[in-house]
Design a protein around this ligand. Structure first.
Ligand code: NAD
Length: 304
């Protein structure tokens, strides 16, 4: 595998392209937006510098370049990674176009956060080579990648992708059933739902909620995963606490007004200058740097 194409250069694409290039792969990238295509080289450089500070080895032969069309981007690619907007119709249109341009055995992966791969591959040419490759943001720093087979994905594609994720220095986890949200986002969204509910009910302020989770369970979970934590705490304790607590936990199926009202007012978070907290442009730049630096330091400590 020497040539890969990355489609979509928003939040995820540039870090993915930089990771592949550092692993010795010639990467061609494309975004439908000319503005995103123009900004992408800066994103490649920023991610490359973080990979450097992580101490990730450079494999010879890697490169990044931008193509002006989807067809030019995927021409001759052995692997295509799709990172376009999280909408099934947009993804299916992109997949239909890609399958028209690549070789029959080229692997085509979607970085969807949780749309079942079965729905993306349905009716596509050679669906056995279509697979989920769910990176975590920032993709060049967080090593875990979910590998998801749709009902028509060939086992050989899963095996190939698992080996490929290892080759680029990341950690593959195999998702055995193509459930919406896969595993990472099912866990994250169950945590987020409870956090939003606790803040909305006035149980805790947002700043203290973040301290509680980051310095309590978050810090611990990066060293001891939930299944190992059950053994560490004792299954009898989990049964005793779960028997009165599980029924108290938030189980709403809609999204809390705490979030929807902010979205309706244009308070989308850092990208709009404010969401739950407020940010100046200087604070946003400083936070991005600080978070990347801390994630690099924590990863190095965990790998030591
Ligand atoms: P984004 O909105 O930042 O970027 C998407 C990019 O796709 C945009 O630049 C847009 O111009 C481009 N695009 C849209 N339609 C296109 C088309 N037809 N052809 C080419 N380019 C097109 O989104 P993102 O956060 O980078 O997410 C991309 C994918 O990765 C989504 O499926 C998302 O769910 C998934 N993902 C996101 C994160 C995250 O934290 N942001 C994490 C993991 C996975």
């Amino acid at each position: 595998m020497t040539k890969a194409a990355v489609i979509g250069l928003g939040t995820m694409g540039p870090g993915i392209a930089a990771t592949l290039a550092r692993a010795g792969i010639a990467v061609t990238a494309f975004d439908a937006s000319a503005d995103q295509r123009e900004k992408a080289p800066l994103g490649f450089d920023l991610a490359g510098r973080v990979l450097e500070s992580l101490g990730v080895a450079v494999t010879a032969g890697g490169s990044t370049c931008i193509a002006d069309s989807l067809e030019d981007c995927v021409a001759g690619a052995d692997l295509v990674i799709e990172n376009v907007s999280e909408k099934l119709d947009v993804k299916r249109a992109v997949f239909t176009a890609i399958t028209g341009f690549v070789a029959d055995d080229a692997i085509i992966a979607s970085d969807t956060s949780g749309i079942p791969i079965t729905e993306i591959q349905a009716g596509m040419k050679n669906p056995g080579r279509i697979i989920g490759m769910h990176w975590s943001n920032p993709p060049h720093i967080i090593p875990m990648i979910e590998v998801i087979a749709g009902t028509e994905t060939a086992k050989a594609t899963v095996d190939w992708m698992t080996a490929f994720v290892r080759r680029i220095g990341h950690l593959p986890v195999i998702i055995k059933k193509d459930v919406p949200g896969f595993v990472e986002n099912r866990v994250l969204y169950s945590v987020m739902r409870e956090c939003v509910d606790l803040v909305e009910q006035g149980v805790i302020d947002p700043v203290d909620l973040d301290t509680c989770v980051s310095w309590g369970i978050g810090y611990k979970l990066s060293v001891v995963g939930p299944m190992a934590l059950l053994d560490m705490a004792g299954l009898d304790i989990y049964r005793a606490v779960g028997s009165y607590l599980n029924k108290e936990l938030c189980d709403r199926s809609d999204v809390a007004a705490y979030v929807t009202e902010r979205v309706d007012r244009g308070r989308l978070g850092m990208k709009s200058g404010g969401g739950i907290f407020d940010y100046t442009p200087e604070q946003i730049a400083a936070l991005r740097d600080e978070r990347a630096r801390k994630l690099v330091a924590v990863r190095k400590a965990l790998e030591a």
